[in-house]
Design a protein around this ligand. Structure first.
Ligand code: ZN
Length: 1015
């Protein structure tokens, strides 16, 4: 058997135009932890806004012939920079770079020193610790006895030198660079930041530039410029490029050079896949039909033929994925050839292209969710709180203690209003000068509305959330009423959203949100305007502004607005607050009036502009507004948000997702997924089948060709950005697993939302199979053990670890925002009902009670699933309605049904729903048993790299340290269970000395993908 050496690394993808600060020096911004340019302030110009503090009276900014304004820390002056203690939270591998102009050869001067004290720190001394020593970087634990790191000749003084220090935790190396050249390299560096920093208490960490942890050591005598921290191990070439670009004044992205990206994350031996070991002899050819213009849906898996009649698993086939629909423009027949990585099988598909039918079929919505308050989560059969209840309570109880005025701070600030006494602004991406401020407030509105609706089990909590919701809406309503209206009668104002002038004393529009720079002339902003900043960012986007931290740059104004509008609509639809709808309508019309004047070509450019044009689900909230109000302007506005290239291929609308062409390649995942839920909502309004196909095709491609086993996506090495889909489909191994991270948690939040909504149109088990997979293995797995902290990316590289943040809800990233929503509606998809109230869908096996007032029925589900393989449904009430239970796709060892204790003969097909019939009496019981078993889920382009599932639960191998290699295990191909021991009631297992446990119960290091040898 010939083993193909996998799919080759493909050429670097630059899928989106106008990239702004996406690739600083060719390195995806997701790897940049912090950047202090130090040209007049100590602000962090990365998107994290982890602003530092300048200490010492003599520290000053001076003019410099090389770099302009730079920070000067004079001799003996005690000047230094202190970064916030949490900057390195979650970081294992770290690179530090910066320019330094050391003025004296005094030893012990620290370029940087990160740690808790002098015996637990990571530091760099460009001159050396003693007169005779040289340039060194060190990591220490328990004092000098365990000091590790390389030594190089001391750097030259009285000139600028570019320094870089790279600590690769997985490879256990520590390297130093001077002027772009590696000068020191130590191996067997067993210490890492985990041993140096206090992960639980950020205040215990001292992160200094120019100062040592030693209280008596003198500070550096130097000038410093452009200090950066990365969360990846920079390569020799990347360090050289950073240095070179700074001197040439260019930001050169040298594409086409593999070393510019990352190397394959870890070595893996290509071995035979499970089908091959089980004796795969043939992969039958397939025949597929399509209609003119639409690429065919080729099957991702095919039933293989095995030696001696063995029943083996389906095989995963990789088909060519054309970038347009030129193959299917005429009726006829053609053949395509697929591959099975790791084998030389070449299955063929015969595609018949038929003439397009006259009218396209468009599905109708057949099921809907129950209101949140009608589904209660219960403890399991042993009265233990389930993972869902635990997460719900971490969030609900923390939310109950939040101060709504913090979430209103930036709104009041934008409108020039006084803050209530003692209120502090939020941090993170809602800090005062962050151009995304207000986004968390939008999520917060949704979370408060959902918490109010969900806490039907606790009157006190419910009252708390109702009060919060009403207070938030009253305040926002009052602010929105100030927009476009005179302050006093007869005063000046501009009510027209399309005629907003620049701010007072300004010649143009800018995104300056600083205390002295922000405009607060809300009377000029046009009627209905509401946001946590003035209208400028929206206007600048129309004028071509790119993403970035400068005053002529922007950060996704419509993204933030989507959160706010969705929050308002949730307060109206979920929370029942009518004023919230009024605010949303006002702002909706403001947006409509502006966009209606923007030419199509400009809109196409706007919505394709990286991050700047990220609009979340603006099309979704506009279509929702249409659904609620029936005002056609809102539906028209939803359509103005069509991402035409993405949906329809090009301005002529020739192909795209609507015709099953993969336009997902290399796109920013979370920028684009909400656009798809928006397309589906637009479909509901327009009944135009094109929008449905956009959503349906996207889901199909995304969850097969781009998905990791936890149900998440993105993490591309190519393009080099942890938040982008891989540059080509079906290449997760070749182009995914970026060191900078994968699986942005927001993206999965949005995929879950899309999946449940697609199910409402097409009750196909595949949507809820995905829902279950991603709910347990990503969303539930993304929350800290003892608090509401939660993840941004969830890295799946060997020995990786989850990083939890925002436990106290004081400083939000995007994912901290969606986490508020996810964990306050965990019950929302357990049951659906038919739109005609004639069917109950049991989608998920979770202990819970659903109340169905239209039927005067409640159904209680009692189970310990997934710690047991049975569940029992008890009906209270009576009537004639279908109960449709999901037969999970993983239930390959049978699905057994008892009704009132009597075993039923059923034809239960995994991946479908089973209708259990019609007439139900009070106290009727249904018992379902679905034996769980182990199964392997390989990466599509590297079949020996696979995860182990037990039923729906992804099992992670516990790790103690970062790793360079995938953890290898050997398993029995015919029956994995023969190689795995353990206790299904606790889901704790072992393969030899490797311990496996559910990923959703993993808080330390993990290996989710293993290098599997089958025998
Ligand atoms: Zn996010």
């Amino acid at each position: 058997m010939v083993f193909l050496e996998c799919l080759v690394w493909t050429a670097p993808a630059r899928a989106q135009d106008d990239e702004g600060d996406r690739f600083l020096d060719g390195i995806g911004e997701t790897a940049l932890v912090a950047r202090y340019v130090l040209n007049g302030n100590v602000e962090d110009s990365s998107r994290h806004n982890r602003h530092a503090t300048l200490r010492g009276k003599t520290a000053a900014y001076v003019d410099d012939g090389q770099f302009g304004s730079v920070l000067s820390l004079p001799a003996g002056g005690g000047g230094y920079v202190e970064m916030p203690g949490q900057v390195l939270n979650g970081v294992d591998t770290v690179s530090v770079t910066g320019w330094v102009f050391v003025r004296s050869a005094e030893p012990r001067q620290r370029f940087f020193d990160f740690g808790r004290n002098t015996t637990a720190n990571f530091f760099c001394t460009p001159i050396g610790s003693d007169a005779g020593k040289g340039y060194s970087a060190r990591i220490t634990s328990n004092g000098r006895a365990k000091e590790q790191g390389p030594l190089a000749p001391r750097i030259k003084t009285n000139r600028w030198v570019h320094l870089a220090v790279v600590l690769d935790a997985a490879k256990q190396t520590l390297s130093t660079y001077a002027d772009g050249v590696r000068v020191g390299h130590a191996t067997n560096v067993t210490l890492n930041l985990e041993k140096v920093l206090d992960r639980g208490n950020a205040a215990a960490n001292h992160l200094y530039i120019g100062k040592s942890q030693g209280k008596t050591d003198s500070t550096i005598n130097a000038k410093i410029h452009d200090f950066r921290i990365y969360s990846i191990a920079l390569t020799d070439r990347q360090v050289a490029v950073i240095k070179k670009n700074a001197l040439s004044g260019k930001d050169v992205v040298e594409s086409g050079d593999k070393s510019q990206g990352e190397s394959t994350p870890a070595k893996a031996t290509v071995i035979a896949s499970m089908p091959v070991v089980l004796g795969l002899v043939k992969v039958p050819d397939v025949a597929v039909e399509t209609v003119v213009g639409h690429l065919p849906r080729l099957p991702y898996t095919i039933a293989g033929v095995y030696r001696d009649g063995v029943k083996g698993p389906k095989v995963r086939v990789i088909w060519p994925s054309p970038k347009d629909n030129s193959q299917v423009l005429q009726a006829g027949t053609y053949t395509v050839t697929g591959t099975l990585p790791g084998t030389d099988f070449l299955p063929k598909a015969t595609v018949t292209v038929k003439a397009a039918p006259g009218a396209e079929s468009a599905p109708r919505r057949t099921s809907v969710a129950f209101p949140l308050g009608q589904v209660l989560l219960n403890p399991d059969e042993k009265q233990r709180a389930t993972a869902l209840i635990k997460n719900r309570d971490k969030f609900i109880l923390t939310l109950a203690k939040t101060d709504p005025d913090r979430f209103l701070y930036n709104f009041r600030d934008a409108f020039g209003q006084k803050q209530p006494e003692g209120v502090q602004p939020l941090g993170g991406w809602d800090s005062q000068t962050t151009r995304l401020r207000g986004h968390a407030s939008g999520h917060y509105l949704s979370a408060i509305a959902q918490s109010y609706a969900s806490t039907t089990y606790d009157a006190e909590l419910r009252a708390n959330f109702l009060q919060k919701m009403n207070y938030l809406i009253e305040t926002l309503y009052d602010l929105s009423q100030k927009s476009g209206k005179p302050v006093q009668q007869g005063g000046k104002f501009n009510a027209d959203p399309t005629a907003v002038p620049p701010g007072p004393d300004k010649t143009g529009f800018d995104s300056d949100l600083s205390k002295d720079g922000i405009r607060t002339d809300c009377w000029n902003w046009g009627k209905g305007f509401i946001s946590a900043y003035p209208p400028d960012q929206f206007i600048m986007l129309e004028h071509g502004a790119t993403y970035g931290g400068k005053n002529n740059q922007i950060w996704a104004p419509y993204y933030t607005l989507h959160k706010i509008l969705a929050g308002l609509l949730d307060c109206y639809e979920v929370g029942g607050n009518k004023k919230a709808l009024e605010i949303a309508q006002g702002m909706g019309l403001w947006v409509y009036q502006r966009l209606n004047l923007v030419p199509t070509a400009t809109r196409i450019k706007m919505w394709n502009r990286y991050i700047a044009g990220e609009y979340g689900g603006m099309n979704e909230v506009m279509a929702r507004l249409f659904r609620i109000t029936e005002d056609p302007r809102f539906l028209k506005c939803a359509i103005l948000f069509d991402n035409i290239d993405f949906f329809f291929g090009n301005a002529q609308r020739d192909h795209g997702l609507a015709r099953n062409v993969d336009t997902i390649r290399g796109k920013h995942a979370n920028q684009h997924i909400p656009q798809i839920t928006g397309a589906l909502e637009t479909y509901q309004g327009t009944k135009d089948a094109q929008y449905y196909r956009v959503a349906d095709n996207f889901w199909n491609i995304c969850t097969h060709a781009y998905m990791y086993n936890i149900g998440g996506v993105a993490g591309a090495k190519n393009p080099n950005n942890a938040e982008c889909f891989t540059g080509e489909p079906d290449t997760l191994f070749a182009n995914g697993f970026a060191r900078g991270g994968q699986n942005e948690t927001c993206a999965t939040y949005n995929l879950l939302k899309l999946s449940r909504q697609l199910f409402m149109f097409d009750p196909n088990g595949k949507y809820m199979d995905y829902y279950e997979q991603a709910l347990y293995n990503h969303i539930v797995a993304s929350v800290a053990e003892d608090n509401a902290g939660n993840t941004y990316h969830v890295p799946l590289n060997p020995g990786a670890r989850k990083g939890f943040g925002n436990a106290n809800m004081g400083g939000f990233t995007c994912c901290n925002g969606t986490a508020l929503e996810s964990s306050t509606k965990l019950q929302d998809s357990i049951y659906f009902k038919g739109v005609d109230d004639k069917a109950l869908y049991v989608n998920l096996y979770v202990p819970s009670t659903v109340t169905w007032p239209e039927r005067n029925v409640t159904v209680k589900q009692q189970t310990s699933f997934p710690y047991s393989d049975t569940t029992r449904l008890t009906v209270a009430g009576e009537g004639a309605f279908d109960i449709k239970v999901r037969v999970p796709r993983w239930a390959t060892r049978g699905f057994f049904v008892k009704i009132n204790g009597v075993e039923q003969t059923v034809d239960a097909v995994p991946g479908t729903y089973l209708n259990l019939g019609q007439t139900w009496k009070n106290h009727d019981t249904i018992e379902l048993r679905m034996p769980l078993c182990f199964r392997l889920a390989p990466v599509m382009d590297r079949p020996n790299i696979a995860s182990i599932f037990y039923g729906p639960v992804l099992l992670a191998a516990e790790e103690s340290d970062p790793r360079t290699e995938w953890r290898s295990v050997t398993l029995n191909a015919a029956d994995l269970g023969k190689s795995i021991t353990g206790d299904p009631s606790t889901l704790r297992f072992k393969i030899g000395d490797v311990t496996l446990k559910p990923f959703h119960e993993t808080y330390g290091r993990h290996s989710v993908y293993l290098d599997v040898t089958l025998e």
